[in-house]
Design a protein around this ligand. Structure first.
Ligand code: SF4
Length: 398
């Protein structure tokens, strides 16, 4: 399991001295290798990413990303989140759902939300929930080290969405839900889950412990890391990963994400199908626990450029960023991305105005105006995509 490899990887990153920074030709050589379908070795990826502290090297990454189209480069695949619960047994320091007072959509309320999204034209939907103890019931005896759940509650939401998609010509379900055991993943797969997504927050174990209560299920970092392998073992074809930018030094996080991707590729023949790019937003940005890791817009842009070059999976530009920022990134580096334009980050909000508290602030954007703006930039904005379209945007590498 990847969690067993993490300590050694972190040691290697730690032992890398600032003295060994690459010169521009060295950066160009490694970027060429990465984009021509060759895997970078552990030493090479550490060296490449650490060398970006030199401004001239960072410029090479951005210029290369501008010149290097990804598959489906004129397409933008829209993916709206649909939250069905914000009741959570975890207490993550950076999340407003940890304050309590969450809500859960009734099945009929959920059905109305599904219909509202379908009527907007969406056929690919991200189902999101917190770790609601009624939907992800603990199988007793419950151990944090070996978590097992009874998922009948959560699975009903997937079944309702799957049935609605099938009746409307098909589509795709991505989840952003807590990690579960292999049998539970099998149940979700049967219920319609196509792509399992989990943000890894930070790979740094000390920072992970600082930000997550060890008494809740999320306190077990290894269980979260290894959930992709359990999902793939359960037959779920696609997995999506990313770290939350701004919790720890992003250069280090990027190296680990790359090595994780290659590890999955070796084990299953494909790494992450989707690479997430969330950045911490909201009042927690000012917390002393993370303030020194704040990621400014320039570094964010550099990180997006690097993601486009390093990963085969499709990048996902997030609604935490302004539409102007996402439009700038798309016009600078190209499409072949997933984008969220319609976004309610609380249960409800599409069929009727939302009453529950949101998970984090999002930029309000008008769906018609924003999609027209992207079309006027020369991109095809897709509401009705599925797993085949996701495959088509996956870069083929050796
Ligand atoms: S980040 Fe997720 S697990 Fe943590 S409190 Fe928020 S909803 Fe719960």
């Amino acid at each position: 399991m990847f969690s067993q490899q993490l300590p050694r990887i972190l040691e290697e990153i730690e032992s890398h001295g600032e003295a060994q920074l690459l010169s521009p030709p060295g950066i160009e050589e490694l970027l060429h290798k990465a984009t021509e379908g060759e895997d970078l070795s552990r030493k090479e990826i550490i060296l490449l990413v650490h060398s970006l502290s030199r401004p001239e090297n960072a410029e090479i990454v951005k210029a290369t990303a501008r010149d290097c189209p990804r598959p489906g480069d004129r397409q933008i695949l829209l993916l709206p989140p649909l939250y069905f619960s914000s009741i959570c047994e975890n207490t993550c320091a950076y999340c407003d759902f940890s304050l309590g007072g969450g809500t859960r959509l009734s099945l009929s309320g959920f059905q109305r939300e599904v219909e509202a999204l379908l009527s907007m034209g969406y056929r690919s939907i991200e189902l999101v929930s917190s770790q609601d103890p009624e939907l992800y019931a603990h199988s007793e005896p419950f151990e944090l080290a070996d978590q097992r759940f009874r998922l009948d509650g959560a699975a009903r939401y997937f079944e309702i969405l799957k049935n609605a998609l099938v009746s409307n010509g098909g589509g795709m379900i991505t989840s952003n839900i807590p990690p579960v055991d292999t049998d539970s993943f099998k149940k979700l797969h049967t219920a319609g889950l196509d792509c399992y997504l989990v943000w890894l927050e930070t790979f740094d174990p000390a920072q992970y412990r600082r930000l997550h209560s060890v008494s809740g299920p999320k306190g077990n970092q290894a269980y979260r890391l290894d959930s992709f392998e359990r999902a793939r073992d359960a037959g779920i074809e696609h997995v999506a990963g990313g770290f939350l930018k701004g919790l720890a030094p992003w250069h280090q996080e990027e190296v680990v994400l790359y090595l994780f991707d290659r590890y999955l590729k070796q084990r299953f023949g494909r790494g992450f199908s989707i690479i997430g790019t969330p950045r911490v937003k909201g009042r927690f940005v000012r917390s002393g626990a993370i303030r020194q890791h704040t990621m400014g817009d320039e570094e964010y842009e550099l990180n997006i450029a690097l993601d486009r070059l390093l990963f085969d999976g499709i990048p996902w530009l997030q609604t935490r960023e302004s539409f102007e920022m996402n439009r700038h990134l798309i016009n600078t580096f190209g499409g072949g991305v997933i984008l969220t334009l319609t976004s309610s980050t609380a249960p409800g909000g599409y069929a009727v105005p939302v009453e529950a508290s949101a998970q984090f602030p999002v930029f309000k954007q008008d769906l018609k105006d924003t999609s027209r703006a992207l079309e006027s930039d020369g991109f095809e904005v897709r509401f009705d995509w599925n797993a085949s379209d996701l495959e088509a945007c996956h870069r083929t590498s050796g």
